[in-house]
Design a protein around this ligand. Sequence first.
Ligand code: SAH
Length: 243
Amino acid sequence: MKTSLIASNKDPMGSAIADFYAKGCAAKLRVFSSQFDEDEIPADQLFRTFDEMPPLEQTALRLAEGKILDCGAGSGCHALALQDMSKDVEAIDISSLSVEVMQKRGVKQAYCVNLFDENYLQKFDTILMLMNGSGIIGKLENMGTFFTKMKQLLNPGGCIYMDSSDLRYLFEDEDGSFLIDLAGGYYGEIDFRMQYKQIKGEPFDWLYVDFQTLSYYASENGFKAEMVEEGEHYDYLACLKMV
Ligand code: SAH
């Protein structure tokens, strides 16, 4: 699991965010994976307003209370929406280019820090992990490290709102049988690499986790997972609380 920051010359998403902020448009942010065909993330999606957000994200923002951490905050879209609701939010990201944009856009507390940095020890009532927020965990084998960090950061009674998707629909045949080798690892463990113009990022692991698997790891690590809301396409918003 990565505990470092991203160098600006190896930061495709941060570069797309910086360009879009400066010019109002950006080139293609290309996404590669050994498991899928090439895809792209439209930069304007990273600057979505509250009204443009999917309902699961809107619900998470409405429920967030107390001192809030927006983890992996990108352009700061959620942090800005929370500030508009007069909520107290701190936004962190490993991309210094993104953090600079957040600061310029008016996010009052925006810091370039890795969630898993052992020196990062604040206390929060709500931790938000949105836009497949489980991705930051990387792989199932990192669940223990993730929940240990969450215990350090959460105030008693606090909770994490995380969205994710069950990717089984990508690998399931019409009759319900699996098209992938289950011995090959969990089907939601995806490797990605991004490119923006000539800027190529390092490959990284990104975890999509179904609710049942998330619940299992939560209970193994002293947390309870609750389903808050299900989306239209295998996506959902979960609330994770310490027990
Ligand atoms: N939440 C934003 C951005 C999602 S993209 C939105 O919904 O638009 C995921 C973001 O998480 C990226 O900006 C990436 O730089 C950041 N990130 C990835 N790993 C991280 C980590 N360990 N700590 C903090 N931020 C991280």
